[in-house]
Design a protein around this ligand. Structure first.
Ligand SMILES: Nc1ncnc2c1ncn2[C@@H]1O[C@H](COP(=O)(O)OP(=O)(O)OP(=O)(O)O)[C@@H](O)[C@H]1O
Length: 208
């Protein structure tokens, strides 16, 4: 479960963001829609405490992240928050399989290669596990990003524009996979996007 209250943020003195309060229960999905520059990525980074809000709270798994120290925040994020970034960030020298188990390592968990293989089978990239990330297509990389985000069974999955570079078929597929995965592990799914194609796929929507 994820809830926020009275979140505000500013990069400098000129522009202040005041975000609407959010609520997303376990196994629910929330779409945050907004045009370019409205602060979608900023909001997502606040939800993951990659940016610290000026005011307000972010509660995930009954913990107010704004009350944690920097080290506690990093440990909490690695374990409880799965992030699918706008552009996938992988370690280029590692195989896809090793990029997946790296998520376990960073969360201080044992490395679950079986879990990685199981996710690869569900998301349809088993034959890519031994390749380097840059040998994969964009759609394949996006599916690997989803697998990596759920490797530790997080409480919340945050996805930043997960479909903006995908065609209609891959867009439907990626959204179905995000939903399936979040339902399977009982996580809240929050997607931020300007992609109006996603509007009808989500009952819960917030406009920025
Ligand atoms: N590090 C930064 N320093 C100063 N201003 C920033 C910084 N990052 C973003 N901004 C500004 O904050 C505003 C919101 O940026 P943000 O990336 O959150 O928007 P967005 O809705 O995700 O946009 P897009 O859909 O184009 O990715 C923009 O006007 C941007 O120029």
């Amino acid at each position: 479960m994820l809830t926020t209250q009275s979140l505000t943020f500013a990069y400098g003195s000129d522009k202040q963001f005041v975000f609407p309060d959010l609520h997303c229960a376990d196994r629910e999905a929330l779409l945050i829609l907004g045009r370019s520059g409205t602060g979608k990525t900023t909001l997502l980074h606040l939800l993951a405490l990659l940016l610290k809000p000026h005011k307000g709270s972010v509660v995930i798994h009954n913990t107010d992240l704004t009350q944690l120290s920097a080290a506690e925040t990093a440990a909490f994020r690695a374990k409880h928050v799965g992030i699918v970034y706008q552009k996938p960030h992988f370690v280029g020298s590692l195989s896809v399989l090793d990029n997946l188990v790296l998520a376990n390592y960073l969360a201080g968990q044992p490395q679950h290669k079986d879990r990685a293989r199981q996710l690869a089978a569900q998301l349809g990239f088993t034959d890519r596990l031994d390749k380097k990330p840059n040998q994969l297509s964009q759609g394949e990389q996006q599916r690997v990003s989803i697998a990596r985000a759920v490797m530790n069974g997080p409480s919340v999955i945050l996805a930043d524009e997960p479909t903006s570079s995908l065609d209609d078929t891959n867009t439907d597929r990626v959204i179905d996979l995000l939903r399936q995965q979040s339902e399977q592990i009982g996580a809240s799914l929050v997607v931020v996007t300007h992609d109006q194609r996603l509007k009808d796929a989500f009952a819960n929507r917030v406009n920025l």
